[in-house]
Design a protein around this ligand. Sequence first.
Ligand code: GLV
Ligand code: MN
Ligand code: MN
Length: 333
Amino acid sequence: EVRVDAAFNLIGRLPSRRRGAKCLVIGSHLDTVCNAGKYDGPLGVLLGLAVAERLRRHSLPFHLEVVGFSDEEGVRYHTTYLGSRAMLGLLGRRDLNLIEEKGIEKARRPRRELLAYLEAHIEQGPVLQQKQRPLGVVTAIAGQTRIRAAFTGRAGHAGTTPMTMRQDALCAAAEVILAAEKLGVVATVGQCVVHPGVSNVIPGRATFSLDVRDAKDAKRKAACAKLHRLAAAVARRRGLRLEWRAEQETPTAPMDAELTSVLRRVAGQAPLLPSGAGHDAAEMALACPAAMLFVRCKDGISHHPDESVRVADVAAVLDALTRAVLELAQGHA
Ligand code: GLV
Ligand code: MN
Ligand code: MN
Protein backbone atom coordinates (compact mmCIF):
# COMPACT_ATOMS: atom_id res chain seq x y z
CA GLU A 1 0.00 0.00 0.00
CA VAL A 2 1.70 3.15 -1.18
CA ARG A 3 0.93 6.79 -0.51
CA VAL A 4 2.58 10.17 -0.51
CA ASP A 5 1.75 12.30 2.54
CA ALA A 6 1.25 16.06 2.70
CA ALA A 7 4.98 16.60 3.35
CA PHE A 8 5.94 14.59 0.26
CA ASN A 9 7.15 11.60 2.28
CA LEU A 10 6.74 8.43 0.21
CA ILE A 11 5.29 5.69 2.42
CA GLY A 12 4.87 2.02 1.56
CA ARG A 13 3.18 -0.37 3.95
CA LEU A 14 3.20 -4.14 4.16
CA PRO A 15 0.09 -4.46 6.30
CA SER A 16 -0.20 -6.83 9.23
CA ARG A 17 -3.38 -8.80 9.71
CA ARG A 18 -3.21 -8.28 13.45
CA ARG A 19 -5.93 -5.97 14.81
CA GLY A 20 -4.57 -2.75 16.27
CA ALA A 21 -1.10 -3.48 14.94
CA LYS A 22 1.50 -0.71 15.26
CA CYS A 23 4.10 0.22 12.64
CA LEU A 24 7.71 -0.76 12.46
CA VAL A 25 9.20 1.90 10.21
CA ILE A 26 12.33 1.44 8.13
CA GLY A 27 13.23 4.81 6.73
CA SER A 28 15.76 7.09 5.16
CA HIS A 29 15.60 10.10 2.86
CA LEU A 30 15.16 10.45 -0.89
CA ASP A 31 16.45 13.99 -1.32
CA THR A 32 20.14 14.73 -1.70
CA VAL A 33 22.50 17.66 -1.47
CA CYS A 34 23.50 19.33 -4.74
CA ASN A 35 26.07 17.33 -6.69
CA ALA A 36 25.63 14.41 -4.28
CA GLY A 37 26.55 10.76 -4.46
CA LYS A 38 24.02 8.02 -5.09
CA TYR A 39 23.85 6.48 -1.64
CA ASP A 40 23.36 9.15 1.00
CA GLY A 41 19.71 8.61 1.70
CA PRO A 42 18.30 6.48 -1.12
CA LEU A 43 20.31 3.39 -0.12
CA GLY A 44 18.39 3.19 3.17
CA VAL A 45 15.05 3.42 1.38
CA LEU A 46 16.01 0.67 -1.09
CA LEU A 47 17.16 -1.50 1.81
CA GLY A 48 13.77 -1.04 3.45
CA LEU A 49 12.08 -2.12 0.22
CA ALA A 50 14.37 -5.14 -0.04
CA VAL A 51 13.49 -6.16 3.54
CA ALA A 52 9.78 -5.82 2.75
CA GLU A 53 10.25 -7.90 -0.38
CA ARG A 54 11.97 -10.63 1.62
CA LEU A 55 9.31 -10.64 4.33
CA ARG A 56 6.20 -10.19 2.21
CA ARG A 57 4.97 -13.71 2.89
CA HIS A 58 5.62 -13.54 6.61
CA SER A 59 2.76 -12.82 8.88
CA LEU A 60 4.20 -10.00 10.96
CA PRO A 61 2.63 -8.76 14.20
CA PHE A 62 3.20 -5.15 13.05
CA HIS A 63 2.76 -3.21 9.84
CA LEU A 64 6.11 -2.94 8.12
CA GLU A 65 6.44 0.55 6.68
CA VAL A 66 9.15 1.81 4.39
CA VAL A 67 9.43 5.59 4.37
CA GLY A 68 11.37 7.69 1.89
CA PHE A 69 11.51 10.98 3.77
CA SER A 70 11.49 14.26 1.91
CA ASP A 71 13.95 17.11 2.43
CA GLU A 72 16.22 15.68 5.09
CA GLU A 73 19.25 17.65 3.93
CA GLY A 74 17.80 21.12 4.33
CA VAL A 75 19.05 22.24 0.92
CA ARG A 76 15.93 24.18 0.10
CA TYR A 77 15.20 26.00 3.36
CA HIS A 78 18.43 25.56 5.32
CA THR A 79 16.53 23.61 7.95
CA THR A 80 16.88 19.84 8.06
CA TYR A 81 14.59 16.85 8.65
CA LEU A 82 11.53 18.58 7.19
CA GLY A 83 9.79 15.35 6.14
CA SER A 84 10.25 13.52 9.43
CA ARG A 85 9.48 16.59 11.51
CA ALA A 86 6.26 17.11 9.57
CA MET A 87 5.31 13.47 10.12
CA LEU A 88 5.82 13.84 13.87
CA GLY A 89 4.07 17.21 14.12
CA LEU A 90 7.30 18.98 15.05
CA LEU A 91 7.19 21.85 12.54
CA GLY A 92 7.02 25.19 14.31
CA ARG A 93 5.38 28.40 13.14
CA ARG A 94 8.73 29.62 11.78
CA ASP A 95 9.12 26.47 9.64
CA LEU A 96 5.60 26.84 8.29
CA ASN A 97 6.15 30.49 7.40
CA LEU A 98 9.35 29.56 5.60
CA ILE A 99 7.98 26.68 3.57
CA GLU A 100 6.22 27.63 0.36
CA GLU A 101 4.30 24.36 0.06
CA LYS A 102 1.12 24.85 2.06
CA GLY A 103 -0.56 22.22 4.20
CA ILE A 104 2.52 20.14 4.91
CA GLU A 105 1.57 20.02 8.60
CA LYS A 106 -1.24 17.64 7.56
CA ALA A 107 1.41 14.93 7.31
CA ARG A 108 1.33 14.69 11.12
CA ARG A 109 0.40 11.25 12.38
CA PRO A 110 -0.29 9.93 15.86
CA ARG A 111 2.91 8.81 17.56
CA ARG A 112 1.11 5.91 19.23
CA GLU A 113 1.03 4.20 15.80
CA LEU A 114 4.81 3.92 15.88
CA LEU A 115 6.39 0.83 17.37
CA ALA A 116 10.01 1.51 16.42
CA TYR A 117 12.21 3.07 13.75
CA LEU A 118 15.21 1.56 11.99
CA GLU A 119 17.47 3.32 9.52
CA ALA A 120 20.41 2.04 7.49
CA HIS A 121 22.81 4.56 5.94
CA ILE A 122 26.30 4.78 4.56
CA GLU A 123 28.71 5.81 7.29
CA GLN A 124 29.88 8.94 5.42
CA GLY A 125 33.15 8.67 7.34
CA PRO A 126 36.28 6.49 7.30
CA VAL A 127 35.99 4.60 10.62
CA LEU A 128 34.53 1.30 9.39
CA GLN A 129 36.95 1.11 6.48
CA GLN A 130 39.82 1.69 8.89
CA LYS A 131 38.50 -1.04 11.21
CA GLN A 132 37.94 -3.33 8.21
CA ARG A 133 34.34 -3.89 9.29
CA PRO A 134 31.40 -3.78 6.86
CA LEU A 135 28.82 -2.61 9.40
CA GLY A 136 28.55 -0.35 12.41
CA VAL A 137 25.83 0.52 14.90
CA VAL A 138 25.14 4.14 15.79
CA THR A 139 25.28 5.30 19.41
CA ALA A 140 23.99 8.86 18.94
CA ILE A 141 23.49 11.48 16.25
CA ALA A 142 25.45 14.67 16.90
CA GLY A 143 23.49 17.83 17.52
CA GLN A 144 23.74 20.64 15.02
CA THR A 145 23.19 24.37 14.77
CA ARG A 146 22.73 26.10 11.44
CA ILE A 147 23.29 29.83 11.45
CA ARG A 148 22.76 32.42 8.75
CA ALA A 149 24.96 35.48 9.14
CA ALA A 150 25.68 38.63 7.19
CA PHE A 151 28.02 41.60 7.37
CA THR A 152 26.94 44.81 5.73
CA GLY A 153 29.59 47.45 5.03
CA ARG A 154 29.91 49.80 2.12
CA ALA A 155 30.62 48.93 -1.48
CA GLY A 156 33.08 51.17 -3.22
CA HIS A 157 35.68 51.57 -5.89
CA ALA A 158 38.42 48.94 -5.72
CA GLY A 159 41.04 51.25 -7.15
CA THR A 160 40.44 54.50 -5.35
CA THR A 161 39.34 53.69 -1.81
CA PRO A 162 42.38 53.62 0.51
CA MET A 163 42.84 50.36 2.40
CA THR A 164 42.39 52.19 5.70
CA MET A 165 39.02 53.65 4.68
CA ARG A 166 37.10 50.55 3.69
CA GLN A 167 34.16 48.71 5.17
CA ASP A 168 34.80 45.45 3.37
CA ALA A 169 32.11 42.92 4.32
CA LEU A 170 33.94 39.95 2.82
CA CYS A 171 37.12 40.61 4.82
CA ALA A 172 35.00 40.56 7.98
CA ALA A 173 33.35 37.29 6.93
CA ALA A 174 36.77 35.83 6.19
CA GLU A 175 37.91 36.58 9.75
CA VAL A 176 34.88 34.75 11.16
CA ILE A 177 35.27 31.81 8.78
CA LEU A 178 38.89 31.29 9.80
CA ALA A 179 37.94 31.59 13.48
CA ALA A 180 35.23 28.93 12.97
CA GLU A 181 37.90 26.55 11.73
CA LYS A 182 39.70 26.85 15.07
CA LEU A 183 36.66 26.67 17.36
CA GLY A 184 37.37 23.14 18.56
CA VAL A 185 34.05 21.77 17.26
CA VAL A 186 33.04 20.57 13.80
CA ALA A 187 32.20 23.76 11.91
CA THR A 188 31.63 24.47 8.22
CA VAL A 189 30.86 27.53 6.16
CA GLY A 190 29.44 25.99 3.00
CA GLN A 191 27.91 29.08 1.46
CA CYS A 192 29.18 32.61 1.12
CA VAL A 193 27.54 35.15 -1.15
CA VAL A 194 29.24 38.44 -1.87
CA HIS A 195 27.39 41.55 -3.01
CA PRO A 196 27.63 43.07 -5.48
CA GLY A 197 30.06 40.30 -6.49
CA VAL A 198 32.10 42.31 -8.93
CA SER A 199 35.88 42.08 -9.23
CA ASN A 200 36.55 45.82 -9.06
CA VAL A 201 34.04 46.65 -6.32
CA ILE A 202 34.73 46.39 -2.58
CA PRO A 203 32.25 43.86 -1.16
CA GLY A 204 29.42 45.80 0.47
CA ARG A 205 27.68 42.78 1.91
CA ALA A 206 28.63 39.18 2.58
CA THR A 207 26.15 36.57 3.73
CA PHE A 208 27.28 33.14 4.86
CA SER A 209 26.01 29.92 6.37
CA LEU A 210 27.52 28.23 9.39
CA ASP A 211 26.96 24.58 10.30
CA VAL A 212 28.24 23.63 13.77
CA ARG A 213 28.17 20.12 15.25
CA ASP A 214 29.27 18.33 18.36
CA ALA A 215 28.18 15.29 20.34
CA LYS A 216 28.03 17.52 23.44
CA ASP A 217 25.19 20.06 23.18
CA ALA A 218 26.73 22.43 25.75
CA LYS A 219 30.03 22.49 23.85
CA ARG A 220 28.26 23.20 20.55
CA LYS A 221 26.21 26.02 22.09
CA ALA A 222 29.25 27.56 23.78
CA ALA A 223 31.17 27.45 20.50
CA CYS A 224 28.33 29.19 18.64
CA ALA A 225 28.08 31.88 21.33
CA LYS A 226 31.84 32.44 21.22
CA LEU A 227 31.82 32.84 17.45
CA HIS A 228 28.88 35.23 17.65
CA ARG A 229 30.82 37.42 20.13
CA LEU A 230 33.84 37.33 17.87
CA ALA A 231 31.74 38.31 14.83
CA ALA A 232 30.22 41.21 16.78
CA ALA A 233 33.72 42.40 17.73
CA VAL A 234 34.85 42.17 14.08
CA ALA A 235 31.81 44.22 13.03
CA ARG A 236 32.58 46.90 15.65
CA ARG A 237 36.24 47.11 14.72
CA ARG A 238 35.50 47.37 11.00
CA GLY A 239 32.44 49.60 11.30
CA LEU A 240 30.02 47.04 9.80
CA ARG A 241 26.55 45.82 10.67
CA LEU A 242 26.20 42.18 11.71
CA GLU A 243 23.13 39.97 11.33
CA TRP A 244 23.26 36.59 13.06
CA ARG A 245 20.33 34.18 13.10
CA ALA A 246 20.20 30.56 14.28
CA GLU A 247 17.89 28.91 11.76
CA GLN A 248 18.04 25.45 13.20
CA GLU A 249 19.10 23.86 16.44
CA THR A 250 18.90 20.10 16.88
CA PRO A 251 20.16 18.50 20.09
CA THR A 252 22.24 15.34 20.11
CA ALA A 253 19.95 12.33 19.79
CA PRO A 254 20.99 9.13 21.56
CA MET A 255 19.72 5.95 19.93
CA ASP A 256 17.51 3.52 21.90
CA ALA A 257 19.68 1.18 23.99
CA GLU A 258 17.53 -1.93 23.62
CA LEU A 259 17.03 -1.58 19.88
CA THR A 260 20.71 -0.83 19.47
CA SER A 261 21.62 -4.06 21.21
CA VAL A 262 19.31 -5.95 18.82
CA LEU A 263 21.13 -4.35 15.88
CA ARG A 264 24.53 -5.24 17.34
CA ARG A 265 23.47 -8.83 17.82
CA VAL A 266 22.19 -9.25 14.26
CA ALA A 267 25.17 -7.38 12.81
CA GLY A 268 27.84 -9.68 14.26
CA GLN A 269 28.67 -7.42 17.22
CA ALA A 270 29.39 -4.60 14.80
CA PRO A 271 31.40 -1.73 16.30
CA LEU A 272 29.55 1.16 17.92
CA LEU A 273 30.17 4.63 16.55
CA PRO A 274 28.62 8.07 16.82
CA SER A 275 27.16 9.82 13.78
CA GLY A 276 28.51 13.23 12.90
CA ALA A 277 26.00 13.40 10.04
CA GLY A 278 22.35 14.14 10.68
CA HIS A 279 19.65 11.55 10.03
CA ASP A 280 15.85 11.41 10.29
CA ALA A 281 16.44 8.91 13.13
CA ALA A 282 17.33 11.93 15.30
CA GLU A 283 13.72 13.15 14.98
CA MET A 284 12.08 9.72 15.00
CA ALA A 285 13.87 9.01 18.31
CA LEU A 286 11.64 11.68 19.88
CA ALA A 287 8.56 9.59 19.06
CA CYS A 288 9.59 5.94 19.40
CA PRO A 289 12.64 3.74 19.98
CA ALA A 290 15.03 4.37 17.08
CA ALA A 291 18.32 2.79 16.05
CA MET A 292 20.67 2.89 13.08
CA LEU A 293 23.04 0.70 11.14
CA PHE A 294 25.97 2.10 9.20
CA VAL A 295 27.44 0.53 6.07
CA ARG A 296 31.11 1.04 5.27
CA CYS A 297 31.68 3.45 2.38
CA LYS A 298 34.76 3.93 0.28
CA ASP A 299 37.33 6.25 1.90
CA GLY A 300 34.56 7.83 3.97
CA ILE A 301 33.59 10.02 1.02
CA SER A 302 30.08 11.48 1.06
CA HIS A 303 28.19 14.56 -0.15
CA HIS A 304 30.29 14.01 -3.27
CA PRO A 305 29.67 12.09 -6.54
CA ASP A 306 32.44 9.62 -5.60
CA GLU A 307 30.32 8.00 -2.84
CA SER A 308 30.72 4.26 -3.16
CA VAL A 309 29.75 1.04 -1.35
CA ARG A 310 30.55 -2.63 -1.87
CA VAL A 311 27.79 -4.98 -2.94
CA ALA A 312 28.87 -7.50 -0.28
CA ASP A 313 28.52 -4.84 2.44
CA VAL A 314 25.05 -3.93 1.23
CA ALA A 315 24.15 -7.64 1.33
CA ALA A 316 25.42 -7.78 4.92
CA VAL A 317 23.33 -4.82 6.02
CA LEU A 318 20.27 -6.24 4.28
CA ASP A 319 20.71 -9.52 6.16
CA ALA A 320 21.16 -7.70 9.45
CA LEU A 321 18.12 -5.49 8.92
CA THR A 322 15.96 -8.46 7.94
CA ARG A 323 17.09 -10.42 11.00
CA ALA A 324 16.38 -7.41 13.21
CA VAL A 325 12.81 -7.18 11.91
CA LEU A 326 12.28 -10.92 12.49
CA GLU A 327 13.71 -10.67 15.99
CA LEU A 328 11.37 -7.77 16.79
CA ALA A 329 8.49 -9.79 15.35
CA GLN A 330 9.32 -12.65 17.72
CA GLY A 331 9.42 -10.22 20.61
CA HIS A 332 5.89 -9.08 19.72
CA ALA A 333 4.46 -12.49 18.84
C1 GLV B 1 23.01 15.48 6.43
O1 GLV B 1 23.55 14.80 5.58
C2 GLV B 1 23.86 16.24 7.26
O2 GLV B 1 24.41 15.70 8.21
O3 GLV B 1 24.08 17.43 6.94
MN1 MN C 1 23.47 13.95 3.52
MN1 MN D 1 21.73 11.09 4.67
